[in-house]
Design a protein around this ligand. Structure first.
Ligand code: KIV
Length: 277
């Protein structure tokens, strides 16, 4: 049985913090599942950390369907949420077509989309039609060229707007809202006012849950993770060391050994190699 929207609601009411992590493929979903992560996000951040783009904008719906299907196959209990990529929800018809593909072809349980008032009617229509929608406010990466990569809503008017957007998304049916790069006291106040859970990233400890990007959390890529990420390990360096050992073993003939291969009957081999008369 997968985690349900009702479970998330119960977790908020009970004060149980919700851990969410991005997953982009079968192995990351399997490992997250074994670790007991209740909420997986197939984020369009995959455009950057998996495909090497500098923003999420080049990510297509086909990309998301393919990655999301692998995550769904790799998970059993986690609720899988998938981002609707850039401009795939500009109209209600687009949003419905995109959600249909993600839910029918990939099998995800929910979608996430960015923005407040401009997308509220779309959130409402999707939820009326049975599509669970997670909102995303604050720094919304698909609008990066407009808003800049920085903490949002630091002044009273933009902070007020963010609160109103969050309340509007909740009224429109969103089952949870990501708050990204939002001042911690504001995120905490919004979390207290909403009935649905907030999931923070760079928004302090007062949110009902936290989401982190797989690669940032595990130290998969060289360089520093963003300030809001806690690097729990240096998996990239570990993989590099293991691959160096493999390269050395191949170079020196230590790998493979007889145990890694198979053998055949000598007579069969002799027959196969015999020169024709
Ligand atoms: O795409 C993503 O990974 C996200 C998270 C950063 C919330 O939207």
């Amino acid at each position: 049985m997968r985690v349900t929207l009702r479970d998330l609601q119960r977790m908020k009411q009970a004060g149980d913090r919700i851990a969410m992590v991005t997953a982009y493929d079968y192995p990351s979903a399997r490992i997250s599942e074994r670790a007991g992560v209740p909420l997986l996000l197939v984020g369009d951040s995959l455009g950057m950390v998996v495909h090497g783009h500098s923003t999420t904008l080049p990510v297509t719906l086909d990309d998301m369907v393919r990655h999301a299907a692998a995550v769904v196959r790799g998970s059993e209990h986690a609720l899988v949420v998938c981002d609707l990529p850039f401009l795939t929800y500009a109209t209600q018809a687009d949003a419905m077509a995109a959600a249909r593909r993600l839910m029918q072809e990939a099998g995800v349980q929910a979608v996430k989309l960015e923005g407040g008032a401009p997308v509220a009617a779309i959130v409402q229509r999707l939820t009326e039609l049975g599509v669970p929608v997670m909102g995303h406010l604050g720094f919304t990466p698909q609008a990066q060229h407009q808003i800049g990569l920085r903490v949002q809503a630091k002044e009273a008017s933009s902070a007020r707007q963010l609160l109103e957007d969050a309340l509007l998304l909740e009224r429109s049916g969103a089952f949870a809202i990501v708050l990204e790069l939002v001042p911690a006291p504001l995120a905490e106040a919004i979390s207290r006012r909403l009935r649905v859970p907030t999931i923070g990233i760079g928004a302090g400890a007062g949110c009902d849950g936290q989401v982190q990007v797989w690669h940032d959390l595990l130290g998969l890529l060289e360089g520093k993770s963003p300030r809001h990420a806690k690097r729990y390990g240096e998996i990239g360096a570990t993989i590099e060391a293991l691959l160096k050992a493999y390269v050395e073993d191949v170079r020196t003939g230590v790998f493979p050994t007889a145990a890694h291969g198979s053998t055949m009957d000598d007579a069969e081999l002799a027959l196969a190699l015999a020169e024709p008369d």
